[in-house]
Design a protein around this ligand. Sequence first.
Ligand SMILES: *[C@@H]1O[C@H](CO)[C@@H](O)[C@H](O)[C@H]1NC(C)=O
Ligand SMILES: *[C@@H]1O[C@H](CO)[C@@H](O)[C@H](O)[C@H]1NC(C)=O
Ligand SMILES: *[C@@H]1O[C@H](CO)[C@@H](O)[C@H](O)[C@H]1NC(C)=O
Ligand SMILES: *[C@@H]1O[C@H](CO)[C@@H](O)[C@H](O)[C@H]1NC(C)=O
Ligand SMILES: *[C@@H]1O[C@H](CO)[C@@H](O)[C@H](O)[C@H]1NC(C)=O
Length: 496
Amino acid sequence: MRFKGISRLGISFFLVSLSIFFVSASGYVDSNEEGHVSVVISEGGLAFIKDLLVHEALSSINSLRLPKIQKALKIPFVGGVRAVLSNITISQIDVASSAIQPGESGIVIVASGATVNLSLDWCYSYSTWLIPVDISDKGRASIRVEGMEIGLTIGMNIQEGTLKLDLLECGCYVKDMIITLDGGASWFYQGLVDAFEGSIRAAVESAITNKIKEGIMKLDSILQNLPKQIPVDDTAAMNVTFVNEPSLLNASVGLEINGLFAPTQKIVPKSYRDHIKPSISCNGPLKMLGISLEETVFNSASIVYFKAGLMHWVVDKNNVPDQSLLNTAGWKFIVPQLYRKYPNDDLRLNISLRSPPLVRIASDKIDATIISDMTIDVLENDEVIPVACISVEVRASGLVEVSGNNLAGQAGLDGFTLTLQWSEVGNFHMFLIEKAMRVLLKDVAFPFANSRSRKGFPLPIIHGFMLQNADILCTSSRVVVCSDVTYSQTVESHSF
Ligand SMILES: *[C@@H]1O[C@H](CO)[C@@H](O)[C@H](O)[C@H]1NC(C)=O
Ligand SMILES: *[C@@H]1O[C@H](CO)[C@@H](O)[C@H](O)[C@H]1NC(C)=O
Ligand SMILES: *[C@@H]1O[C@H](CO)[C@@H](O)[C@H](O)[C@H]1NC(C)=O
Ligand SMILES: *[C@@H]1O[C@H](CO)[C@@H](O)[C@H](O)[C@H]1NC(C)=O
Ligand SMILES: *[C@@H]1O[C@H](CO)[C@@H](O)[C@H](O)[C@H]1NC(C)=O
């Protein structure tokens, strides 16, 4: 069970690392790598993480067993006494207040006014020249430690795409100690206090310091083992490799991740924008977390799906509500030659995107241009005869929304233009087929695309954390998600 406590500590530490641990300002490196998704944790977010951390740290320290201490004491009139304190257990630890602050050398976390209750077993034995047989006694004692201060500084930097944590400093200072003995002679009480107070103090201080070191090391190893990709589906994954050094923006922490979509386990789409420093401004009241996604993230997704060959569709009788469109009879008056050459034959539309859809993000909307070629195939006696090809340029615009921890979207048709590429059935006027095309786009193409994008893709949020009250802002070329987060204690695994 203890181990579980520590691993939960690890999870929360991870969000912290995602958020608060900060490398010295002098260590800020302006590397050439580009981060297309930036994450900024505000002061409120830092406070949330700090509270989580303190909570987890306390539960890992609670019921901690300290090593036993033994000493030979010199007691006036009694002489040499061998005393042992064993089963020294922390039964309760509380922290009155805590604070977190990104500083020059790292993230500083301070817990002050901490109190600790300890219980222990004591025993002693001695013999004197007066009474040459061993005399012994034993009992229990409780110790109350007050006014304890704990402080740590954690450095964070990016190494090979992961966050590396270093505990730069860690200290624990015990101010006052009240020792209460159950039983025992009064001379023993004074002897114990005189001889053991310093050792108990040191034992408490080093036990807590070690626990913190252990926690940071565990967390660091969890960070090293985090996947560098968040799978979206069978085709694509978001590259969550950290790039550039973390930065401090006004008591908040900024991190950058590559953020581009890549084929699952394969090549990287090239990036084509200049590097921009993360700076996220959320309108209205401050939220804990800001995640900014550049236009390039969306375009990289479109490149990956395009290259994976997922951007063409065959439309036949199975997936169109208006069946008349898919028989030459329906085109009798629009393309007379077609009907004359292939009377009452079924048709099929083969639609292929010419290039990946290009997404543009403006302050008022997100729009996309989709250029495709639509080949009209006649199906005659098991034969597929391409008879014409029309290029279709569609302009769509959409809205994004946060659904769970996913960024989802819905697109609508703004307009389209049709151009005849070639035809075996004579020239036909595009304006005549516009109506049919509009039906096809509105009733088939967009509902199909929206059914996929409604699910969206996962934002880089660590497993166990949930976005809450998320707002979305579109700025020129970026989508910014501003959100609070909640943490679910039930989570066991450490992943995205
Ligand atoms: C150690 O102390 C705890 C209480 O703090 C007690 O429950 C336990 O029985 C003790 N163990 C031994 C071996 O005395
Ligand atoms: C801790 O010690 C204080 C003072 O001795 C006492 O009032 C309190 O009840 C103790 N708490 C526990 C859980 O033992
Ligand atoms: C820092 O915060 C202050 C007030 O909270 C604000 O006026 C200032 O613009 C912020 N600076 C940056 C770089 O965000
Ligand atoms: C992920 O991003 C990192 C940093 O930009 C880059 O070095 C790496 O090649 C990318 N990996 C993939 C699979 O695209
Ligand atoms: C659809 O058309 C493309 C060319 O635009 C062609 O390469 C592909 O084979 C066609 N698909 C089918 C199923 O006919």
